[in-house]
Design a protein around this ligand. Structure first.
Ligand code: AMP
Length: 284
């Protein structure tokens, strides 16, 4: 069932809560692929009812980013959700979420601001304000849908860690369920932004997963020095890649690691032309 308004969602949720049914929420920005579908299927398995939100959230895009050209494929998304067993596809307009004129500056909107220690690094460094927008919209979705469980991909690991922190710090009564990264056979992590890649770009994009897999293989052989592990990446990079970061950080609080251990996540972001891609791997 496709719904566009908060009231329609609330009506259904009320009905379900009266029947003591559990509700799962899968927040997405649409252009759904098998990565999203793995989250939806997990929710359908675990919960009595599943709500998938499809909303390209303007306040998590920075100036100059791809808000206008972000792929929007609602008809196809709705079908995929229905086939996967979702009960509601919630696709609000920006106006429905943020009001008349949807003024998006934090001079006019109450924001949920995650801690600076978590947002001043990795993607937050180049995407200033991005995680404020993410936490704000996810908090709104939690209030609208009141889910028992919410499903997020490890593909966006910094986001996942920040959202867990938000839920803990604000005592939000929802359990966050992390879901593993779904990859193409080639190793490339699925992403809606892969649609921007040409065939050649897609080959260059394999550098991300190759670097991460190789670092993990080196770690498994006993190399723990982060400097030495970082150096193994350079042979995979060429003039087609603009590396934004390759960092080793703690899985819980994103503290920097000098020596890799089983609690380490390796994070990478790089650009191929204008397309910015991210990936990560847990060393455990
Ligand atoms: P997005 O539509 O990009 O905001 O993603 C919505 C949710 O799907 C987020 O929790 C993502 O982490 C998750 N997701 C996106 N790509 C993948 C993937 N390849 N594997 C697992 N989860 C993913």
């Amino acid at each position: 069932m496709l719904v566009h308004t908060i009231d329609e969602v609330r009506e259904k949720i009320e009905e379900w809560k009266k029947q003591s049914l559990t509700v799962g929420l899968v927040p997405t920005m649409g252009a759904l692929h098998d990565g999203h579908l793995s989250l939806i299927k997990k929710s359908v398995e675990k919960c009595d009812k599943t709500v998938v939100s499809v909303f390209v959230n303007p306040i998590q895009f920075c100036p100059g980013e791809d808000l206008d050209k972000y792929p929007r494929t609602l008809d196809a998304d709705e079908k995929l959700c229905n086939d996967a067993g979702a009960d509601i596809v919630f696709a609000p307009s920006p106006k429905e979420m943020y009001g008349e004129g949807h003024i998006l500056s934090n001079d006019f909107l109450t924001y949920v601001i995650p801690p600076f220690f978590y947002t001043n690094k990795l993607c937050g460094k180049s995407r200033v304000g991005h995680f404020d927008g993410v936490c704000t919209v996810v908090n709104k979705l939690f209030n609208i849908v009141q889910p028992d469980f919410a499903f997020f991909g490890e593909k966006d690991r910094q986001q996942l860690i920040i959202l867990k922190k938000m839920v803990k710090d604000l005592n939000i009564p929802v359990e966050i369920i992390p879901c593993p990264i779904v990859r193409e056979e080639s190793g490339l992590a699925l992403s809606s932004r892969n649609k921007y890649l040409s065939d050649d770009d897609k080959i260059h994009a394999l550098a991300l997963s190759k670097i991460l897999f190789n670092i993990k293989a080196c770690y498994n052989k006993g190399i723990t020095d982060v400097k030495a592990l970082t150096e193994t990446a350079y042979s995979y990079l060429n003039e087609h890649h603009s590396l934004e970061y390759l960092e080793f950080r703690d899985a819980q609080d994103l503290e920097e690691k000098k020596t890799a251990d089983d609690n380490t996540i390796v994070f990478i972001a790089l650009k191929i032309g204008d397309v910015r891609l991210i990936d990560n791997i847990a060393l455990k």
